[in-house]
Write a protein that binds this ligand. Structure first.
Ligand code: HMG
Length: 414
């Protein structure tokens, strides 16, 4: 089997039913709304209720990927859930997901945690599993599922979000095939963002985290091209996808990327250099950030949300062309890699596109938002939660804890 054909065969997103407009948040915090909508590039952020957690979102994304792409759960031989929204110090989110998706008992199942890098770690591990021959023709299901919470009135507050992206990985992918010789890795112990065991909310050294992200991009890119005479270059990429904690981060990342391949700094005070940077960003990066701008930081799934956005818009015109993907997880770990859009990707646009579900979302007032944040802080210990109290009608919900065991319920439309 050629390891250069392995890649993503199915993709689906699922997220919370409600969102907060960032202009409303800005007004409530006494901040110019342009800071959030232009400075950070975000329009709104998905807000989870106490009944939506990493399990419910992962299961719904996983079900959607399997069903819409016609994949039998028995075809899945590895399930990996990448998450930093732990619900248990010991038991993985993945094992709940395994049961709720009805996967085989012979399916290897585990959770990966490395901040926003967990799903990329799962993706490359599952590709290695297939390339080794151990998969025996089976596929892997890799799901990224997270709720980004920084707490009220913090600098990180406008960069929250929640959601899950499910990816089926196979030896004969319909959507995206990776170039195994152009996958570069980078690791460095840094305190840019972390969440101690005693805290519900993440701590971030925000501006330092941006520097760490950009250094990791340079380090992972260098590793991807360590083999000078390997296949493919990255001069003909039609799209450059980045981890998106907030949309504007992609502009900073793309500037650093262009500086790396041009071998020198870009002077943003120089009009023609700034113009060239903006044009390249508008052509190869910005068009695929519309879902991220509406959903916010979904941590480990953010990069793959941008991939869904690209494929739902351009898979027909860009068939056979190369793209880059950069995953960054604070702490920190990163991967830069190249992949090729498959000619069959354009047949699956409707299956991937989450816009119908996003159109159904409920807009929160500031009071509702602050109440949800408060309710979520005690949800893990509640014996009984009623999804209808949070406006939910149908879906899978977390309904409280009995005898210290989390309970889930599938609720059908009344
Ligand atoms: P801040 O300090 O409040 O914002 O926090 P700022 O002062 O840096 O302003 C942000 C931008 O808005 C700036 O643009 C301002 O100029 C602009 P820049 O200079 O950077 O291009 N601005 C305006 N624009 C238009 N009109 C205005 C206006 N005012 C200002 N009126 C910060 C920003 C991102 C630091 C904060 O939100 C934060 O701490 N976020 C959380 C950490 C984060 O997202 N880090 C990103 C890199 S690390 C990463 O990606 C990993 C992560 O996903 C976690 C994981 O791995 O699990 C976070």
């Amino acid at each position: 089997m050629s390891s250069n054909r392995i890649g993503i065969d199915a993709l689906a997103f699922s997220g919370p039913d409600a969102y907060l407009a960032l202009a409303d948040l800005a007004r409530a915090r006494g901040v110019d709304p342009d800071k959030y909508t232009i400075g950070l590039g975000q329009h709104s952020m998905a807000i989870a209720s106490p009944c939506e957690d990493p399990v419910t979102m992962a299961v719904q994304a996983g079900q959607s990927a399997l069903k819409k792409f016609g994949i039998d759960p028995d075809e899945i031989g590895t399930l990996i859930v990448g998450t930093e929204t732990g619900i248990d110090h010991s038991k993985p989110v993945a094992v709940y997901v395994h049961e709720l998706l009805g996967l085989s008992q012979n399916c290897r199942t585990f959770e990966t945690k490395h901040a926003c890098y967990g799903a990329m770690a799962g993706l490359t591990s599952s590709m290695d599993w297939i390339a080794s021959g151990r998969a025996r023709g089976r596929k892997a299901l890799v799901i990224a599922s997270d709720i980004a919470s920084y707490g009220l009135n913090t600098p990180g507050e406008p960069t929250q979000g929640a959601g899950a992206v499910a990816m089926v990985v196979s030896a004969d992918p319909r959507l995206l095939a990776f170039d195994a010789r152009r996958i570069g890795d980078y690791t460095r112990q840094v305190m840019d963002f972390w969440r101690p065991l005693y805290s519900k909310y993440a701590f971030a050294d925000g501006h330092y985290s941006i520097e760490c992200y950009l250094d990791a991009l340079a380090g992972a890119h260098q590793d991807a091209f360590a083999e000078a005479d390997g296949p493919d270059s990255d001069t003909e990429l039609v799209a450059c996808l980045y981890h998106i904690p907030f949309v504007r981060m992609a502009f900073k990342a793309h500037q650093r990327y262009l500086e790396i391949i041009q071998g020198g700094p870009i002077d943003r005070d120089h009009p023609s250099q700034l113009q060239a940077l903006k044009e390249d960003y508008q052509r190869r990066v910005l068009p695929w950030l519309s879902l991220n701008a509406e959903i916010g930081n979904i941590y480990t799934g953010s990069l793959f949300l941008s991939l869904i956005d690209l494929l739902r818009q351009q898979s027909s015109d860009l068939a056979g062309q190369s793209i880059s993907l950069f995953s960054y997880g604070s702490g920190c770990g990163a991967t830069y890699c190249l992949a090729r859009i498959q000619p069959t990707a354009c047949d699956w646009v409707d299956a991937m596109d989450p816009s119908a579900a996003l159109d159904q979302r409920r807009k929160l007032s500031m009071d509702e938002y602050e109440q949800l944040i408060e309710d979520c802080s005690s949800a893990d210990q509640q014996p009984h939660l009623d999804p209808s109290d949070y406006g939910h009608r149908s879906g899978l919900f977390y309904v409280g804890t009995q005898d210290h065991q989390r309970q889930y319920r599938q609720q059908e439309k009344a």
